[in-house]
Design a protein around this ligand. Sequence first.
Ligand code: SF4
Length: 153
Amino acid sequence: MRLTIRTNLAARILMVCAENPELLLKTAEVAALCNCSTNHAAHVVQRLQAEGYVSTLRGRSGGFSLSRRAEDVSMGDIFRLFEADIPFAECFDEASNTCPLRGSCRLQRYIERALDAFYHELDLVTLRDLVQGNCGLSALLTLRPELPASCAP
Ligand code: SF4
């Protein structure tokens, strides 16, 4: 089992936003922090904007920022948003399925239950849980000249 890169990038980008709540972020600088291409980051930001997680301001001094409180961003929702288009196993998509066992396969039901448990755990986690008091993450992602006072050495 492996997350798609875009889901992982969405989580990283949201963490950058949450670590820099007072800034308008540039896609290129966020891409550098997330170790991905600007193009790839831009696609993810576009999707996050379309779903109301970030808002953008155009222009030379523009950028994007989180448009919800970090405690209102459910990681379960983010994972669903970015993973939903890709069926976990081919039988999960009736239209493209080629597995001959579909219809009589018990494994499918157990995979569904395992996925429900997976998302249930993520539903318990918010963006705030990922960043609050995480000084190591702040050191990696902050674009401010200094770490938050609570993380000062
Ligand atoms: S073996 Fe079962 S779980 Fe796997 S693709 Fe076929 S129907 Fe789905």
